[in-house]
Design a protein around this ligand. Structure first.
Ligand SMILES: [Zn+2]
Ligand SMILES: [Zn+2]
Length: 167
């Protein structure tokens, strides 16, 4: 297969977290839609869905189609496919079956995409706005803690005092 300007088309692989589902797809995506609609928020459990669109001709399943579960939002052209083992989002066909919609995060190589578009920005939750201003770390920072505060008190000025009073 070649691209419109006759360069050979490179394929990249993607799949779910547990490895049950995998696929290969041409790495020439026209658009990446970052969708903040209410349905995408709920279906991803996150601020927005990141979906690439690609012609179905450039897409091949490699393994695990029997492990894919799909959900169609009633009355809407919105659906979600995921691995029944690990819950990762995996690709699904669009309404007329001409394109595959590929969750960008399911790809394991750098993605060549021509244009990124944010849609339904009006429905973006407040906690996902102004991300440039949120404190940013290269990895999980020392001392931030993900445990409940009772298991590991926050390192505040009075935390030692509070602990000894309680014991
Ligand atoms: Zn999986
Ligand atoms: Zn959406």
């Amino acid at each position: 297969m070649t691209s419109p300007d006759n360069r050979p088309v490179q394929k990249i692989k993607g799949g779910c977290l547990c490895g049950a589902v995998s696929f290969a797809v041409i790495n020439t995506f026209e658009k990446l839609f970052l969708c903040s609609c209410d349905q995408c928020r709920q279906i991803t459990g996150s601020a927005f869905a990141s979906n690439l669109f690609v012609s179905i001709k450039g897409f091949d399943w490699l393994a695990g189609t029997g492990d894919i579960v799909s959900y169609q939002v009633p009355g809407r052209d919105i659906s979600k496919s995921f691995c029944r083992v690990c819950g990762s989002g995996v690709p699904w066909p669009n309404g007329d079956g001409t394109k595959m919609i590929v969750p960008a995060g399911s790809l394991s190589a750098p993605v060549n995409v021509v244009e990124r578009v944010r849609i339904f920005a009006s429905e973006q939750p407040a906690w996902a706005s102004g991300l440039e201003q949120v404190s940013t770390h290269a990895a999980f920072p020392e001392g931030l803690g993900s445990e409940p505060m009772s298991a590991k008190p926050l390192l505040t000025k009075n935390s030692n005092k509070t602990r000894s009073e309680k014991s």
